[in-house]
Design a protein around this ligand. Structure first.
Ligand SMILES: Cc1cc2nc3c(=O)[nH]c(=O)nc-3n(C[C@H](O)[C@H](O)[C@H](O)COP(=O)(O)OP(=O)(O)OC[C@H]3O[C@@H](n4cnc5c(N)ncnc54)[C@H](O)[C@@H]3O)c2cc1C
Length: 407
């Protein structure tokens, strides 16, 4: 008899009835809407349809962390990650699109406009793209070369950006640019500021051309190389921060706020990696019961049973860790090391577990007939984006040892 696969319950010290209900709602939408779309569109390397964005928006999930007074759900990093794990279990990019709301692209100086943009962000009507990286500035973001030069009431941006996810479909692009060179004694990041490039969905504004990068996974999003050539941005669209947690940005300089937002992004990436790995485990649980060799379901073989047990244990461990770090972030702890640790461990786990899942599927795993190859391709990205594993190790070790002089 085939034993049914039950996704894990929210067994956590931070379990509440509201969180259980939220997880259930995300799980239902992921299984019923996202998974079939992923199966259809991922092989075509297509973007997720607007109808899916609207379904997420109807749940209020673009505003999970946006305060209630701005039209959001007013919840925390924990809930944001809880929903994202469920969505990423179906399709990684759908777990990611939520990060393009949550008050992103709202930190303009004018308070009324900021409030209006927050409301739009919370309702999924203000979904952005983040263009920090460049061909020569990936791990080393302080190496950003795109220039912003003041011209009257505008800034004129010139340079190249790489890896801008969702840039064409977005309502805006956040561009990190250099407004001045660092002065002697300042960090190399001094003079970097985020700019808001407001645009029409489905088009690039004047001064921007884009070409899509041909990736091996993470479909559902198109990811873009952008050329900025004399792009004009009004001074009113210079941002005081990159992420939507109001308050601190105004004094903190653009680059500092980028770093703070990255801590939340790292926990969010860990939760998404757990989602992807969970998909692999759940599919294996089914496959090991269905597939027969030597007159037995392959799930009778102890080597495979134990492999499945190890995979499930690793996923559960990573889930407990993201829940702990998300809780601490919600409590206002800075958690820079912990965010780096959970990003490192959960994403490396996802690579191991999805690779093992492919092994357990034998030849069928190495085809596009099974979802396991999608999990494997998507998991592979998670150790690279949002700061590579090496960069997470650097963050952790720099807090444990004096920093080496030549780095
Ligand atoms: C599919 C995809 C989507 C992305 N989406 C976005 C996006 O939407 N917006 C955006 O701005 N960026 C995005 N990125 C960029 C992503 O954040 C970078 O790829 C990542 O930060 C790594 O930078 P890099 O690719 O330039 O690698 P590099 O920085 O060139 O690193 C190459 C290798 O060197 C290692 N390395 C570098 N420096 C050190 C060091 N000091 N110590 C030890 N090892 C080191 C790295 O770990 C890596 O193994 C995306 C990338 C991908 C692949």
């Amino acid at each position: 008899m085939i034993r049914e696969v039950h996704p894990p319950e929210l067994l956590s010290p931070w379990r509440t009835p509201e969180r259980v209900a939220l997880q259930e709602a995300a799980r239902t939408l992921a299984e019923q809407v996202v998974l079939p779309l992923a199966d259809e569109l991922d092989p075509q390397k297509a973007e997720m349809p607007r109808s899916l964005i609207e379904a997420l928006a109807a749940e209020g999930w673009f505003g999970i962390t946006v305060p209630v007074e701005h039209g959001g759900l007013g919840l925390g990093v924990f809930e944001y990650c809880l929903v994202s794990e469920e969505l990423a279990r179906a399709w990684l990019s759908v777990g990611s699109i939520l990060a393009r709301g949550q008050g992103l692209g709202t930190q303009v100086v004018d308070a009324d406009r900021r409030s209006e943009l927050m409301r739009r962000s919370a309702t999924g009507d203000w979904i952005g793209s983040i263009a920090l990286s460049e061909a020569t500035a990936g791990s080393d973001l302080a190496g950003v070369r795109t220039r912003a030069v003041r011209d009257g009431d505008d800034w004129v941006l010139t340079g190249s950006k790489r890896w801008a996810g969702n840039a064409l479909a977005a309502d805006f692009i956040e561009v990190l640019a250099r407004v001045r060179d660092p002065e002697q004694g300042e960090p190399r990041s001094a003079g970097l500021e985020p700019f808001l490039v407001v645009k029409e969905r489905g088009a690039f504004p004047q001064g921007v051309t884009g070409s899509a990068i041909d990736k091996i996974g993470y479909h559902g999003f198109l990811t873009w190389d952008l050329e900025l050539d004399g792009l004009r941005v009004p001074d009113a669209d210079r941002l005081t921060g990159l992420y939507g947690d109001e308050g601190a940005e105004a004094d903190a300089g653009g680059f500092a706020s980028v770093q703070r937002g990255l801590n939340i992004a790292r926990v969010h990436t860990a939760a998404r990696a757990v989602g992807v790995a969970r998909g692999a485990v759940e599919d294996c649980q089914r496959y090991l019961q269905e597939r027969e060799q030597f007159g037995h379901p392959i799930g009778d073989f102890q080597a495979l049973r134990f492999a499945l047990a190890d995979m499930a244990a690793e996923v559960a461990q990573a889930r407990a860790f993201w829940q702990q770090v998300a809780h601490l972030l919600d409590e206002g702890e800075p958690c820079e090391s912990e965010a780096a640790m959970v990003k490192l461990l959960a994403t490396e786990m996802a690579v191991r577990v999805t690779g093992q899942a492919m092994q357990l599927h034998g030849g069928n795993g190495y085809t596009s007939e099974r979802r396991v190859e999608r999990y494997w391709r998507d998991a592979r990205l998670t150790t690279i984006f949002e700061g590579t594993s090496e960069i997470q190790r650097r963050i952790i070790s720099d807090r444990m040892l004096p920093r080496p002089s030549a780095s």
